[in-house]
Write a protein that binds this ligand. Structure first.
Ligand SMILES: O=P(O)(O)OC[C@H]1O[C@H](O)[C@H](O)[C@@H](O)[C@@H]1O
Length: 278
């Protein structure tokens, strides 16, 4: 069942329930903020103190960073672009069978977007909810000039505890350490005992997240960069909409086209960043 819902403050979202899983996705930002398989704990982390307010990104779930990841060259523009706080339209809801439901949300250029980023575009998020979570972010260039994008499906995973988390699949991969701005190379698995903010490059394998009671797989397409982020104690205390111990129960593994993995989209052409989480 796919139902359009509204919070008391007017914030609108779509609830999807089928025999395999359930999900919630806000029209603001096409922001998926809940996904759980039937009978299991939620796979996505959502801050207990997140705002569901117009113009503010939800803290948790899967924010969409687009058309730039991180800071823009113009520091007056929002970090991670404007898509995550813009209102999207729902253009399609469908149920393939009792175990699989799909929603397509669309954002197109507007007077406001053209002030921040001077291109005509269509951006579609196709979400499929089944025993897997599939997200396809399709950028179509409707302009007469090519444009370059950086982007991420900025997935916040829910953890039993950060000290139990192990990421496999990035061994020997080069990365930019966003804390020191140095280029490094990963040696072995990733574990966490301090702040981590890294953009891995040349990623060509499935990534596996081991937690105490659960193993999750992330399979990306048309992406060779992955951001791994945990803000740890001090940065969490400075972050909006996060309790001070929130870093213990979240970890971001972001399916991206970031830094050296920026993509040029020619007029009338498309690029689709895809991730499957299972
Ligand atoms: O606070 P936000 O704008 O949502 O950004 C949250 C985080 O996103 C990414 O993971 C970046 O690598 C981090 O440096 C940043 O702190």
């Amino acid at each position: 069942m796919i139902t359009h819902k509204k919070l008391p403050n007017g914030f609108v979202y779509i609830e999807i329930k089928n025999s395999a899983a359930e999900a919630k996705i806000a029209l603001q930002g096409a922001h998926l903020f809940h996904y759980a398989r039937v009978g299991e704990e939620p796979i996505l982390w959502l801050s207990e103190v997140s705002d569901f307010e117009t113009g503010k990104a939800i803290r948790g779930g899967v924010p969409i960073c687009w058309p730039w990841f991180g800071f823009s060259e113009d520091k007056a523009l929002p970090q991670h672009g404007f898509a995550r706080t813009a209102m999207w339209d729902c253009v399609s809801c469908s149920e393939a069978d009792e175990k699989s439901s799909s929603v397509i949300l669309r954002l197109t250029h507007s007077q406001e977007s053209l002030k921040m980023w001077p291109y005509l575009f269509e951006l579609d998020l196709h979400v499929t909810i089944s025993d897997k979570l599939t997200m396809e972010l399709k950028t179509t260039n409707l302009d007469c000039n090519p444009f370059s994008i950086t982007q991420a499906l900025h997935t916040y995973f829910s953890l039993s505890h950060i000290s139990d988390a192990v990421i496999k699949g990035l061994d020997k991969k080069p990365y930019l350490d966003a804390l020191t701005w140095k280029d490094e190379v990963q040696e072995g698995d990733i574990t966490f005992n301090q702040e981590v903010d890294r953009v891995y490059q040349e990623v060509d394998r499935e990534i596996t997240l081991y937690d105490k009671n659960r193993t999750l797989h992330v399979r990306n397409e048309n992406s060779s960069s992955v951001v791994v982020w945990n803000p740890w104690i001090e940065k969490t205390s400075r972050m909006s909409a996060m309790n001070k111990d929130a870093y213990e129960h979240m970890l971001c593994i972001e399916s991206a086209n970031a830094f050296d993995d920026a993509r040029v989209v020619k007029p009338q052409k498309s690029h689709t960043l895809k991730t499957v989480i299972f």
